[in-house]
Design a protein. Structure first.
Length: 177
C-alpha cells in the first residue's frame, strides 16, 4: 500500500507517531554528559519507554533482539542457577516471577511473555550495574490520561557498555548452559 502524505505535513502517516515520540523525547532533557539534545550525540545508551517496556533508541537499539534473547535464555534456567552464577538481582527476580507463573500452570513461553516488562527492567538494572552508566528518568504527560514514563541511560562510551553487557550475558550462558 502506498504511503499517504498530507501536503501540509512533511511526515508520512506511518512515521508520524514515531516522529512525535522522538520529538517529545528530545524536549525532555539534554544529554547529561555533553548537554546536546537527545539524539545529537553518541552518549545515549538506551531510551526505555517504561510504560510499554520498549527500547526506543540508543546504542543498544541495534543489539536489542540478541540481548533480550540472551536474557530470555537465562531466565528460563531458573532463579537458583542464576543466583549461584552471581547474576544480577534483577535478573534473578525476573526468573523467580517466571518460575512462579510456570508453577501456577502457565507454559514457559507465556510466562516469559507475561513477564517481559521485568526482563526490560532487568536489562536496565544490568546496564546501571556497569558503573559507567548514568540514568535520567521522568514522565511525559500528554494531557488527559495519556502519560508515559521513561528512563534514559547514558554513558561516555555507550557502545562499550553494550559490548560489556553482551560479554556479561554470554559469560553467564557459557557457565550455565
Amino acid at each position: 500500500m502506498p504511503r499517504v502524505i498530507d501536503p501540509d505535513d512533511d511526515i508520512p502517516e506511518e512515521e508520524d507517531e514515531d516522529y512525535e515520540a522522538e520529538e517529545e523525547l528530545s524536549e525532555v532533557e539534554p544529554c547529561p554528559i555533553c548537554d546536546s539534545p537527545v539524539g545529537e550525540c553518541d552518549h545515549l545508551l538506551a531510551a526505555i519507554d517504561r510504560t510499554y517496556s520498549e527500547i526506543e533508541s540508543g546504542a543498544i537499539f541495534a543489539h536489542e533482539r540478541s540481548i533480550l534473547d540472551m536474557i530470555e535464555r537465562l531466565v528460563v534456567l531458573g532463579a537458583d542457577a542464576l543466583k549461584g552464577a552471581g547474576a544480577s538481582p534483577a535478573l534473578v527476580h525476573a526468573a523467580t516471577l517466571i518460575e512462579g507463573d510456570v508453577a501456577g500452570g502457565m507454559n514457559m513461553g507465556d510466562a516469559v511473555s507475561t513477564n517481559f516488562p521485568h526482563l526490560v527492567e532487568a536489562l536496565c538494572a544490568m546496564l546501571e550495574e556497569d558503573g559507567e552508566v548514568s540514568v535520567t528518568e521522568g514522565e511525559v504527560d500528554e494531557g488527559g490520561e495519556e502519560a508515559w514514563s521513561y528512563a534514559n541511560l547514558w554513558s561516555e562510551d555507550a557502545e562499550g557498555a553494550v559490548e560489556r553487557l553482551n560479554r556479561r550475558l554470554q559469560g553467564l550462558l557459557d557457565e550455565l548452559e
